[in-house]
Design a protein around this ligand. Structure first.
Ligand SMILES: [Zn+2]
Ligand SMILES: [Zn+2]
Length: 369
């Protein structure tokens, strides 16, 4: 078994060869990994830092759960190689699966009722508290809700993205659905703005098209013309290029001119202070802003505006296990298009993280094991 392990923040990952694959836990499995997605959260872990706003940087390894050496990676597809003695018959050796990595304490009400992504006691989180997908094998402590069979016809290199970038954007779109549907009922149409094109943006646009009423116009905004091209390929109704040189008032005016006013829902896939502030200002009265991205920073909300405009600001942290099953089915049935994929070997894990950190990855980086 081989792993690419972070031993020190921003240092090259160490490729470690282990003579043996660990045995499966009694209730769990060992998955031989075929493909493993490279996500921005992996970069945060590699940097050992998160921007908590107001200039506060959080050192991740100073917390309880993340310790180096660690093989990051939480977008995992593979084949079940070994099944624990008490794991039941839900999965068997040879099954092609994806892993739900957002496991936590496995015991509290949240964990036992399908919401482990909200449990703060994240001792079993794969690719964070436990070794993840930057490896040839991964140990999964349970099967129920943690390994899901890949539907027929869905390629594993696409399926591996669903447990993170897939369910996160799927969940974000679901959060807007009630509001958007209500607006369509009231006005006959609705407008959704998705901030951030690129890989996450492509998923988000396609889920919006698949899940929201057809009267919803889906706009995609980004600072990169190249990424907006991807948004067009994913069927965005319109794209808006945000110039780096324009001031905020110009950007707001240009955006509203393009869309004919503010938006009933805004999904911020970037989650920087500037984009979230913009999202808030571009959200219609009675509308919803959904925050997904973890770029970091903070935004200011005038409380009078929040109340008088009856706006909702909603956070999303990945999704629940049931989202993973539903989302896999949707991606397979609707034959949704993945972002362009760029493949790396395990030995190139450092290069993949570097490219993502520098913003030079086109689409999604995938380790091919
Ligand atoms: Zn991720
Ligand atoms: Zn828990």
């Amino acid at each position: 078994m081989k792993r690419a392990e972070i031993c020190e923040a921003l240092a090259p990952l160490k490729i470690v060869d282990y003579p043996e694959v660990p045995p499966p836990p009694p209730k769990g499995v060992v998955v031989k990994i075929t493909y493993s997605g490279v996500c921005h959260s992996d970069v945060h872990i590699w940097e050992d830092e998160m921007d908590m706003g107001d200039g506060v940087k959080m050192k991740l390894t100073a917390g309880k759960f993340i310790k180096f050496p660690l093989a990051p990676g939480h977008e995992i597809a593979g084949i079940i190689e070994a099944v624990g003695s008490e794991a039941g018959s839900e999965v068997k050796v040879g099954d092609a699966v994806v892993v739900y990595p957002w496991l936590a304490c496995l015991q509290c009400d949240l964990c036992t009722h399908g919401q482990p992504n909200l449990c703060l006691n994240a001792v079993e989180r794969i690719g964070a508290a436990k070794h993840g997908g930057f490896a040839t094998h991964v140990v999964v402590p349970i099967t129920s809700g943690a390994v899901v069979k890949i539907p027929e016809g869905l390629a594993p290199e696409v399926a591996c993205m669903v447990p993170c970038s897939g369910i996160t954007t799927y969940n974000a779109v679901l959060k807007t659905k009630e509001k958007v549907t209500e607006m369509v009922r009231m006005k006959g149409n609705a407008k959704l703005l998705i901030i951030g094109a690129g890989g996450l943006g492509m998923w988000c646009i396609q889920f919006a098209k698949a899940l929201l009423p057809p009267e919803t116009r889906v706009f995609s905004a980004d600072i990169s013309e190249e990424k907006l091209q991807m948004a067009k390929e994913a069927n965005a109704d319109d794209t808006i290029l945000w110039s780096k040189d324009a001031n905020e008032q110009e950007i707001l005016a240009q955006t509203m001119q393009r869309s004919g006013g503010v938006f009933d829902a805004v999904i911020d896939l970037v989650g920087a202070g500037a984009t979230s502030q913009r999202a808030f200002n571009l959200t219609e009265r009675g509308g919803i802003q959904v925050n997904v991205g973890l770029f970091g920073g903070n935004m200011k909300i005038p409380l009078i505006v929040l109340a008088l405009h009856t706006k909702c600001v909603q956070g999303v942290c990945v999704g629940a296990p049931h989202h993973l099953e539903d989302c896999l089915k949707l991606v397979a049935e609707k034959k949704l298009k993945p972002p362009p994929l760029e493949f790396f070997t395990l030995d190139q894990a450092t290069e993949a993280l570097t490219r993502l950190k520098e913003g030079t990855m086109k689409g999604r980086g995938i380790l091919k094991l």
